[in-house]
Design a protein around this ligand. Structure first.
Ligand code: CP
Length: 293
């Protein structure tokens, strides 16, 4: 039976450990021919720099053919549905389809229409499972055993698929997650601790993960200005102080709104390490889902 990766719940703990073991062998840019003769297709109905490129690089390093559909110039503009677009690419013999879509649940529904393994590259504000997996991998690489360690997630959490996936995955692997944001950016209900400022919670945290303000998902302006938001929630070098704390961000970064320049370039910043690790983790994910082990 073809398996799909729509949320991190599609993987057992043992499968995640196996993905991380395999990814560790790809960190120096190793290549192989595991997926020679296989076709991996990216269909991104929303913009992406990291996820789309990362899957394309990962596919090529495994010897697969990689195609990224240019949705803007595709027949979507002539009224073709997402499902028909995907079914047509599937008919070309795709082994995996990586999809990003503004609608939550689109990858799950799509998986019923195609033979290929569907991998969720981000659906609305719902899930971004490969981002959460690469974040957990990066946290372990930086701090070792994450069980019992605290991570502060800061920003537009309510609209963030990265936050959603990370809250589920990091708590599942034993981390203490605390959410910090103005009230309109926080979930309406959550069993996770939520605070309205970052200062008190930086103490004792092993990492702080800043998120982008998702202005494109706001139906109306719900804060006075980005500079008001930044005044309270931007991660600065001054706020970090001399704490032993790592700084993360899934990208794209709103410089000096989410993260101050100095925090981004600080030696404690893992932001580019997340991107580097993302290729290795996605290589291991593609291997698993294309070869079906
Ligand atoms: N982290 C992330 O999803 O970045 P992109 O939107 O550039 O893919």
């Amino acid at each position: 039976m073809t398996r799909h990766l729509t949320t991190t719940a599609d993987l057992t703990d043992d499968e995640i450990e196996a993905i991380f073991d395999e990814a560790n062998g790809y960190l120096d840019g190793q290549t192989n021919q595991k997926l020679r003769g296989k076709l991996v297709i990216n269909i991104f109905f929303e913009n992406s720099t990291r996820t789309r490129s990362s899957f394309e690089v990962a596919s090529k390093r495994l010897g697969a053919e990689a195609l990224s559909l240019d949705v803007a110039s595709s027949s979507e503009s002539k009224g073709e549905t997402m499902y028909d677009t995907a079914a047509n690419l599937d008919a070309m013999g795709a082994s995996a389809i990586v999809i990003r879509h503004k609608n939550a649940g689109a990858p799950k529904i799509l998986s019923k229409y195609v033979k290929a393994s569907v991998i969720n590259g981000g659906d609305g504000a719902h899930a971004h499972p490969t981002q959460a997996l690469l974040d957990l991998f990066t946290l372990r690489q930086a701090i070792g055993d994450v069980r019992g360690k605290k991570i502060l997630i800061v920003g537009d959490i309510r609209n963030s698929r990265v936050a959603n996936s990370n809250i589920k995955l990091l708590t599942r692997f034993g981390m203490k997650v605390v959410l910090a944001a103005p009230p309109h950016f926080l979930p309406k209900r959550s069993s996770i601790k939520m605070v309205w400022n970052i200062r008190d919670e930086l103490d004792g945290a092993s990492a702080v993960m800043s998120l982008r303000t998702q202005t494109e998902r706001h139906e109306r302006l719900i804060y006075a200005s980005l500079s008001d938001y930044a005044a309270n929630f931007k991660i600065t070098k001054e706020a970090l102080g001399d704490r032993n704390i790592f700084v993360m961000h899934p990208g794209p970064v709103h410089r000096n709104v989410d993260l101050e320049d100095g925090a981004l370039s600080d030696p404690r910043s893992l932001v580019l390490r997340q991107v580097h690790n993302g290729v290795a983790v996605r290589m291991a994910i593609l291997s698993k889902f294309v070869l079906g082990y």
